[in-house]
Design a protein around this ligand. Structure first.
Ligand SMILES: [Zn+2]
Ligand SMILES: [Zn+2]
Length: 234
């Protein structure tokens, strides 16, 4: 309960205060900027190029669907991603997730909301296993999803899906182990019949986790599953 209270004060009170004061850039500290980042820092961010796989958002030099998606089409329909997971976006995400800079959820969420097509009936945040949630104190995807949902005017289904297996972090595993690692990791209790679901996450790596959640969402009736992610590893 104490952790929750301190989260509320760290994460939510500044948001109230900030709405009354000029903001400073979350990257360079420049004062009096209109959003969470100044124009110069925004221009320098590693925006994902427009030429990318229409399914998994991997940058491509030719064609519209990458070889991996052609060979083995994923269970999700497509991914909208804003940035390549490179400096300084990787540093921002790490500062947000592990460095206690919870306020970054707002900036990242606003940029994500601006970038996506907003053509979903409901939003689901990538679930975090209970043990991981307890350790970190918050679900980084959920905090970003709250901002996107508010901006896009799309309902956030906060309790539709759960992660029931505390899988080792995907990054620690060899490529081929990742699909196996997340198999049957999720449960979805909601009836999503006919709904277009957007899954919000901070980083997409191989897509194995999104693929597994998409499988479960489709089993719950989802007509379409898209990923809305802040950054994609290349
Ligand atoms: Zn700046
Ligand atoms: Zn692809």
């Amino acid at each position: 309960m104490l952790a929750l209270t301190s989260l509320v004060f760290k994460g939510y009170m500044p948001r109230l205060v900030r709405s009354l004061l000029p903001q400073s850039c979350q990257l360079c500290g420049a004062e009096d900027v209109a959003g969470p980042f100044c124009a110069a820092c925004l221009a320098d961010l590693p925006w994902l190029p427009n030429d990318r796989c229409t399914v998994c958002a991997l940058p491509l030099t030719s064609g519209s669907v990458c070889g991996a998606c052609l060979e083995r089409p994923p269970r999700f329909d497509r991914v909208d991603a804003v940035f390549a997971y490179r400096f300084p976006v990787d540093a921002l995400v790490l500062a947000y997730k592990y460095g206690g800079r919870l306020a970054l959820a707002r900036g990242l969420g606003e940029l994500l909301a601006q970038a996506v097509a907003r053509d979903a009936d409901a939003i689901v945040a990538m679930p975090l296993a209970p043990a991981r949630l307890a350790g970190r104190g918050f679900n980084q995807a959920h905090e970003i999803a709250r901002v996107v949902a508010a901006r896009a005017g799309i309902p956030l289904l906060a309790s539709a899906c759960r992660k029931v297996v505390d899988t080792p972090p995907q990054a620690a595993l060899p490529w081929k182990e990742r699909a196996k690692n997340v198999r049957r990791a999720f449960v979805c209790d909601a009836d999503l019949t006919g709904k277009r679901i957007a899954v919000v996450d901070d980083v997409l790596t191989t897509g194995a986790t999104l693929n597994e959640l998409a499988r479960v969402l489709r089993r719950a009736g989802a007509a379409e599953v898209v990923g809305w992610v802040v950054a994609r590893t290349l």
